[in-house]
Design a protein around this ligand. Sequence first.
Ligand SMILES: NC(=O)c1ccc[n+]([C@@H]2O[C@H](COP(=O)([O-])OP(=O)(O)OC[C@H]3O[C@@H](n4cnc5c(N)ncnc54)[C@H](OP(=O)(O)O)[C@@H]3O)[C@@H](O)[C@H]2O)c1
Length: 290
Amino acid sequence: MSTLSASLPGGTWTLGDLTVTRFGYGAMQLAGPWVMGPPADRDGAIAVLREAVDLGITHIDTADAYGPRFTNQLIREALHPYPDSLHIVTKVGATRDQEGGWPPARRPEDLRRAVQENLENLGLEMLEVVNLRLGDAQGPQPGSLAEAFDTLVELQRQGLIRHLGVSNATAEQVAEAQAIAPIVCVQNMYNLARRQDDELIDELAGQGIAYVPFFPLGGFSPLQSSALTAVAFRLDATPMSVALAWLLQRSPNILLIPGTSSVAHLRENVAGAGFSLSEEDLAELDKIGR
Ligand SMILES: NC(=O)c1ccc[n+]([C@@H]2O[C@H](COP(=O)([O-])OP(=O)(O)OC[C@H]3O[C@@H](n4cnc5c(N)ncnc54)[C@H](OP(=O)(O)O)[C@@H]3O)[C@@H](O)[C@H]2O)c1
C-alpha cells in the first residue's frame, strides 16, 4: 500500500484478501449520456482513471453493461497492465437494450457469457470481485437468487472469480447468498437521503462485510438539501464532500465509489471527504433521510 493510499480519507478495508482504499472510484459516469455509447471526451475519461490511481485509489467499480463495454475497455486502455495494488470490482446480471434500459440477464448462460466478456474487455484472467446484480431499475425485488448465485460459485470454483458479492439486493437475498457461499460486499443504493439499508449496514459491519453504496452523491439527481448546504457552508466545504465524509463516518464497512467524469471533481471529492463531522453536524445531516 503506497503512502498516498494510506493518506486517502477513510484509510483502507479488506475485501476477502484484497486491501482496498475505502475511497474508491465508480466508473459508470465515464460512458456516454445515460451510460450508453462512448464518452464525448475520451481523453478526459482516460485522464480521470489515471488520476484516480495517481491519487492512490485502489478500488474501481465497473460493469460491462456500462457503455456497454466502453467503460471496461477504457479502464483497460488507461490502466493495463494494472498495478498489483489496484482491485477492479465488476458486476453481472443486467444487460442493456436499444432504449438504454437495464433488463435482467441472470440465466446461467447469461452469467457465464458476462463473466467471459468482463475478463476480455478488462484484460484479466480472473475477476477479483464480481457482484451479482439483482432486482431491476426500480430497486431490489424479492425472489430467490439461488440459481444465478450457484452459477457464479461454479465460475469461482473454475478460477475465473476470486470473491463474490451481491448488488441491488434485499436483506433476505443477502442472507440467501451467504447460506450458499461467502460474500465480501453488498452494493446497494444508499446516501444521506436514502437510508433504507441502515439496519443491513450495521449487520454487515458486525460480520466484517463491506457495504458499498451506489449513488453516494444521489446519482443522476445529485443530492440537494438545505441541511446539507448549511453544514457545508459552516465547514467551508462543498455539499458533495460533506455527503462523502458523512458516509465514511456512518460505518467503518462503508466503501465509497463516487462517480465523476471530471478530474477537478475527483480531486475535490478526495480532498474534501476527510472532514471530521461534529455531533452537531451529524445530528443535522441525520434528519435529511429520516
Ligand atoms: N449496482 C448498481 O446497480 C449500480 C447502479 C448505479 C451505479 N453503480 C455504481 O456506483 C457508482 C456511483 O454512482 P454514480 O456515479 O452513478 O452516482 P454518484 O456517485 O452518486 O454521482 C455522480 C454524479 O455526481 C456528479 N459529481 C461528482 N462529484 C461532483 C462534485 N465534486 N461536484 C459536482 N458534481 C459532482 C457527477 O458529475 P460529473 O461527472 O460532472 O462530476 C455525476 O453526475 C457508479 O459509478 C457505479 O460504479 C452501481
